[in-house]
Design a protein around this ligand. Structure first.
Ligand code: ADP
Ligand code: MG
Length: 323
């Protein structure tokens, strides 16, 4: 990732009737970066992406691509490509023809179209699938073709709107890793939209957390997760305990809470009763009822039984105070 700004968004707004979909977004995106726009449904992510692509006009504000204001340019005059969740492949064309199509329309020589299409097919690890029709591919393979169709144009920026949303969990997790590796290999700037916080944490160099048409926080996955600047961010990204203590509400991550039958290990502690132990594969969740509500820990502990009197504790410094 370089220090050159490739996309610069300033004061971007867009309303639909009474709905302020995008309510003032400023964002600089660096060349070669994998940035994710993360937020709940309706928070304005797609609208921002569509304005970068040129499918939607801003009410105010500007978008620069490689130093040039493109706000008033049509989509085809912008050096960006979009990958959508529904692959929108041509069903009657085979994979290679689907990938070549855009290049042919641009009038690129036939031979170059073929070699570039084959290269794109290799990049998405679908060598040997060129002759198949989309109907002869799995959902994950179709999504790779859609990706190849965008990559073949060698855009400087690739926009991806929930591209993995239609895949089942296992395949989605696999594609997250592949997509990240592919992005590193091709060096194209990816602007990725998702409402899935785990996906955002897994893939991104930086995350912009959206809330009500605005960026609530911008930072690396670690910054966002460890130092959320608001209750919204700490609750939207990762799991959190919401607890009332001494009249204020605090949030604490379950992995920072320990449970024991003896002395507490942190400088904040609550007495309680172990209500339940839930096995969720890689982790175990301990639910402890306290006077301040149920507290969840995921720190493994031996020899506890439901009904035991226990202490939950954590370090005050690790809490997040909710204003
Ligand atoms: P997200 O992608 O984060 O789910 P969107 O950008 O799609 O959010 O939508 C933001 C808000 O703008 C929502 O309230 C949505 O209903 C509204 N909106 C988006 N596009 C349109 C449109 N074409 N017409 C009317 N309302 C829209
Ligand atoms: Mg959307």
């Amino acid at each position: 990732m370089s220090s050159t700004v490739i996309v610069s968004i300033k004061g971007l707004t867009r309303s639909f009737g009474d709905v302020r979909a995008v309510a003032g977004v400023d964002l600089d995106i660096y060349e070669g970066e994998f940035i994710t726009l993360l937020g709940p449904s309706g928070s304005g992510k797609t609208t921002v992406l569509r304005m970068i692509a040129g499918f939607e006009k801003p009410d105010s504000g500007s978008i620069e691509l490689a130093g040039k204001d493109v706000s008033q340019l049509p989509p085809y005059e912008r050096d960006v490509n979009t990958v959508f969740q529904d692959y929108a492949l041509f069903p009657h064309m085979n994979v290679i023809s689907n990938i070549e199509y855009g290049l042919k329309v641009k009038g690129i020589a036939k031979q170059d179209c073929s070699s570039r299409a084959l290269e794109a097919l290799r990049q998405v690890r679908l060598e040997g699938y060129g002759e198949r029709k989309p109907s002869q591919l799995s959902g994950g393979q179709r999504q790779r073709v859609a990706l190849a169709r965008a990559l073949v144009n060698r855009p400087s920026v690739l926009l991806l709107d929930e591209p993995l949303g239609a895949l089942d969990l296992k395949l989605r997790e696999q594609m997250q890793i592949e997509l990240k590796e592919l992005q590193r290999a091709v060096g194209i700037t990816f602007i990725f939209v998702t409402h899935d916080q785990e996906e955002a944490l897994t893939m991104s160099d930086r995350i912009a957390v959206f809330n009500n048409g605005k960026i609530e926080q911008l930072g690396t996955p670690r910054e966002i997760y460890e130092n959320p600047i608001s209750a919204f961010v700490s609750e939207f990204v990762g799991q959190t305990n919401k607890i009332m203590i001494e009249g204020s509400r605090i949030n604490i991550r379950p992995e920072l809470v320990s449970v024991s039958k003896s002395a507490p290990s942190g400088n904040r502690s609550l007495q309680g009763t172990l209500r339940d132990v839930i096995f969720v594969g890689a982790t175990t969740r301990y639910l402890v009822d306290t006077h301040a509500g149920t507290v969840i820990s995921v720190v493994p502990v031996a020899d506890l039984r439901v009904g035991d009197a226990v202490t939950v504790s954590w370090d005050k410094e690790k809490e997040f105070l909710v204003h």
